[in-house]
Ligand binder design. Sequence first.
Ligand code: T6T
Length: 331
Amino acid sequence: MSTKTLVVVLAAGALVAACGGQIGQNNSSGGGQSSAAAPANKNLELVVGVKNEPFYISMQCGAEAAAKEAGYTITTQAPDKFDPTLQAPIVTALGAKKPAALLIAPTDDKTMAPQMKQIKDMGVKVIEVDTALQDTSVAASSISSDNTQGGQLAAQTMAKLTSGKSGSVLVLDTKAGTSTTAARAKGFEEELKKSAPNLKSIGVQFTENEPSVAAQKVTAAISSTPDLIGVFATNLNTGEGAATGLRSAGKVGQVQLVGFDASPSEVEGLRAGAFQALIAQDPATIGKAGVQQAIAAIEGKSVQRNISAPLVALTKDDMDQKAEFFYKTKC
Ligand code: T6T
């Protein structure tokens, strides 16, 4: 079947205020337009999920461009691993610097709350970019992809790719407590039941965000599940690992791989047939909107509590027309 039919763009209406409002509709907190003097403190801090990762580098690029345009400074920091025990000390140390706002992708939806609350109580505006806490009382605004919808889109894509065949599907999540990938896995499993009842999920397995663990989970599933027909990898690292697992088992193209994100390695994997589809996010737009909401909060203007950024499905046939969604490795 030609993959052209797979093209589903969730970009229409680009940045949609998740609370049902469109851009410009005032469904937000804050006293509206403030004619207050320019704030003395124009220093922003961005703490992403992990170092040297194309999704967060692309987000940083968008944030830096927006900050520069608005005359603000922004400093970016990242833990070596997607791990709250490594991220928490970075946030605690920011207390001394007292930025005007902290933009952060919390690496755990519960254990990062104390540090984020502490810096909020010091008067620093907190903006969640990508991941979020369960506790919605900390952040002034949260910007991310609609990850549940992203999981549903992946299930619809898997249904088309397997074109009515019956079989089992493996879902690879990263680390428990990662709000984004958990929503993708849940959205995928619920939608699979609806749009592909002939496909059975053999459950969600965690990879600790390590490609090598994802590869092991795939090779193990291939030997334990003879009717394995597809794999859904909920993020960049799980996708790259799953592709390695399929390659080493000689199952590329036989087991359909739907990945999330669009790192250079995933994009090449799609072109080479290791992936049959990728659900790409728009990290630069998340970074840009994060800075805009931070500045609105600092300047006492209206702030949108929840914002969803675009998602798009990439296939081998249409990927080059959507190259703007390919992630960067430097700004
Ligand atoms: O998928 C992105 C991000 O949205 C997620 O929260 C964590 O993993 C990535 O950074 C990709 O590795």
